[in-house]
Design a binder for this molecule. Structure first.
Ligand SMILES: NC(=O)c1ccc[n+]([C@@H]2O[C@H](COP(=O)([O-])OP(=O)(O)OC[C@H]3O[C@@H](n4cnc5c(N)ncnc54)[C@H](O)[C@@H]3O)[C@@H](O)[C@H]2O)c1
Length: 312
């Protein structure tokens, strides 16, 4: 198949492109390089089955493809709050444009949604049936509400136009090619540990997160896209093993054999206290899919990526 991946130069997008090429597909990667980098696709130069197009999905796109993965959107708070209006436009107008393209071509479309649709949850762990607790006017709303509106659009295109949709709610994922400056907790801690800087924890470190290694997530994407049926999802994809942020900091220091110390700073507004996916539905629908890379191994691989990057 010829497959369109939006957000192809980003962290997840570039891994997805690699996987689709490995599986024998042709890939058209679209990205406006807002947070992504051409470096993430550098190794594909000269690959005749890969094509890159610099394009902002808030503008219509007319191409011929057989399936769409819509991943374009800044994903970390530092990035999506840099230009909140552009963030919500990408998620809403960008979704309309990609859905319109899928409708015109009569093809299946995948949406990279997020656990942020659950907001600061009062149900734990979060099943797909939970409607969430999101502040609609806070600083995170451009992203959270943008992703919620995108889900609404996907389901309306499905109900109204019979479009085949796949909606994945992605929980914290990490791995090589995360942007160095995006402030996400795993990359932040690893970089601070490599440099021997203080490891900054916002709050007292008792808030929990679960961390999925990128390869496990991409396997989930590909399986979800190939499940038969007109509508699959929303479906949680992530690793249910839960860690406190303090545990993550200590583990990172240990794996990096770093001399860094942990320091505590005030918690940002609307920062969720806990986040853990319920992945029972994914296991059932995606043929027994379940994350297999342990956090320790994932940190080691990510650490060696950042070490090489800094050395270079
Ligand atoms: N990584 C995670 O833990 C995580 C968790 C939940 C959801 N997601 C979702 O997965 C997707 C990919 O996330 P990521 O972690 O790879 O982030 P990323 O920032 O590395 O990648 C996003 C890519 O989208 C591109 N982009 C942004 N706006 C665009 C626009 N208007 N037109 C074209 N391209 C645009 C960026 O330049 C970037 O390359 C996002 O939709 C994100 O919301 C990621």
């Amino acid at each position: 198949m010829r497959i369109l991946v939006t957000g192809a130069a980003g962290f997840l997008g570039s891994h997805l492109v690699d996987r689709l090429l490995q599986d024998g597909h042709e890939v058209l990667g679209v990205d406006n390089l807002f947070t992504g980098s051409k470096k993430n696709l550098e190794h594909l130069h000269g690959n005749p089955r890969f094509e890159f197009m610099r394009h902002d999905i808030t503008f219509p796109l007319y191409v011929e493809v057989d399936a769409i993965y819509n991943l374009a959107s800044p994903a970390s708070p530092i990035h999506y709050q840099r230009d909140p209006v552009q963030t919500i436009k990408t998620n809403v107008i960008g979704a309309v444009n990609m859905l319109g393209l899928a409708k015109r071509l009569g093809i299946r479309i995948f949406q990279a949604s997020t656990s942020e649709v659950y907001g600061d949850p009062d149900v734990h762990p979060q099943p797909e049936t939970y409607w969430g607790r999101v502040n609609p006017i806070g600083p995170r709303a451009c992203y959270d509400e943008g992703k919620r509106a995108a889900e609404t659009l996907f389901f309306d295109y499905h109900r109204q136009h019979g479009l085949e949709i796949r909606v994945a709610r992605i929980f914290n994922t990490y791995g090589p090619r995360m942007a160095i400056d995006d402030g996400r907790v795993v990359s932040n801690f690893i970089l601070q540990a490599i440099r021997g800087d203080d490891i900054t924890i916002y709050g007292d470190g008792s808030q929990t997160r679960s961390f999925c290694y990128v390869d496990d997530l991409i396997e989930g994407f590909v399986r979800l896209m190939s499940v038969p049926g007109k509508q699959v999802g929303p479906i949680n994809l992530g690793n249910p093993r839960e860690f406190t942020i303090l545990q993550l900091a200590n583990l990172t220091i240990q794996i990096c054999q770093s001399s860094s110390k942990v320091v505590f700073e005030p918690i940002p507004q609307d920062d969720p206290k806990q986040r853990k996916p319920d992945i029972e539905l994914a296991k059932k629908i995606l043929n027994g899919w379940s994350p297999s890379v342990e956090l320790e191994l994932g940190i080691e691989r990510t650490l060696s990526y950042f070490r090489n990057l800094l050395d270079a």
